[in-house]
Design a protein around this ligand. Sequence first.
Ligand SMILES: Cc1ncc(COP(=O)(O)O)c(C=O)c1O
Length: 483
Amino acid sequence: MDEQQYAISQYPDSAEIYRQLNALIQQPMRPVKRAKMQEFLGYFEKRCSRSKALTDAAKQFIPGGVQHNLAFNYPFPLAVEKAEGAYLWDVDGNRYIDFLQAGGPTVLGSNYAPVREKVFEMLQTCGPVTGLFHEYELKLAQLVNRFMPSVEMFRMLGSGTESVMAAIRAARAFTGKRKIIKAGGAYHGWSDQMVYGLHIPGTRRLEAKGIPASCSRDTQEFYPNDLEALRRLLLFNRLRGGTAAVIVEPVGPESGTRPVPRDFNQNVRALCDEFGALLIFDEVVTGFRLGMGGAQGYFGVRPDLTIFGKCITGGYPMAGGVGGRREVLMRFAAGIGGAGERAYIGGTLSANPLSCVAGYYALLEMERTNAAVLAGQAGDRLTKGLQEIIARLKLPFVAYNQGSIVHLETSGVMLLDFKNPIKLLREMKPRKHMMEEMGAAYMASGLVTLAGSRMYTSMADSDEMIDEALNRFESVLASVEGI
Ligand SMILES: Cc1ncc(COP(=O)(O)O)c(C=O)c1O
């Protein structure tokens, strides 16, 4: 493995990060001082009136006023008009440094012109969809296979959620087993069987409103990084029909909010082999963001199946896919030259020419420009700067990164869990609100983050831009209680 090809310059010491995170949640919260928070909220009233009017009007027709979880920002969502590279502009003309990057897919930066040109060309000739085969489906599948040899075959779908559903179906059809094991707190989309143990380990069906209990009957969670707990589940299942697959986010649940030790994936691979379960890597976030070889290339682990999303179309619509071992993927083709039981999947717009051409050229551009590594360097610079600010201000906050995935934990809400249910119930709401406030304070300072605790960097982030962002972060962090 050549680390230079990957976004992670130095693998984070997960034990040390947990020590810091545990220390953070043992302390009282350190929110922004009340008077200062009023100033930050004043920004939205004074400078974002068109956003407010639009999102207020949207509440009449759109549940909650926005269509997307990531857009539910406190005190109200901003309406975005323009995106380019490392910046966003709202409808009131305010410019922001963009560390949301659409939730991860735009490693090249937003609205990257060379890919946009190819999409225009496709629209002018073929349009976005015909329902029939297009050459770019093949080109994209070949390219994914070149970057990730474990992807012997590739089935493109419309989203990460769908692709997880498809992978689980194929795994069950292939192994003849039912149980699926995930790490507690991990996010694998919102399908019935995967809304289980969401965000916070041990929550099981807490978020499963509207989902019959029978849908989660064959889903199980193990405590993050607890390989013994995983082994116990595999043993338990062996006596009850077996485990079809273990699915993991390879940097840890919630894009590494609970980071894994470096050898974790290797150990999960060994357990899967011992118990005859398939290993599914959910690379929706890590695929191509950690490098062209994905997390599997970085960690040197060959999964049986890989889930794609986000980067697979470079930020263009219908981003999803499942790839992996030929004999498992052929379950999707039974009836058309396939063998055995068919795992039924579909999608009117899946693998449309627009998505495929966008994905193909986005991946080629990422390879040509070494985008993942450049984005990782920006992530390193941002993280190092945040760590220095935290140390200088003597704050209990924690900053760390896995390349271009940067975590800034100030409230620690994502680190609460059912090992201490009283603390969880008492502190979840206030700590969540603190995180929302931090997100609002960053936003009012011209910084867009993912829910106030995560940042995605891109190739478009210059050193000057990162330094400017750090100044803005510092002014927010210097305004918390106790300073
Ligand atoms: C690790 C992971 N898996 C699956 C998904 C679901 O993908 P999508 O939002 O495309 O359905 C996400 C989305 O953020 C994700 O982060």
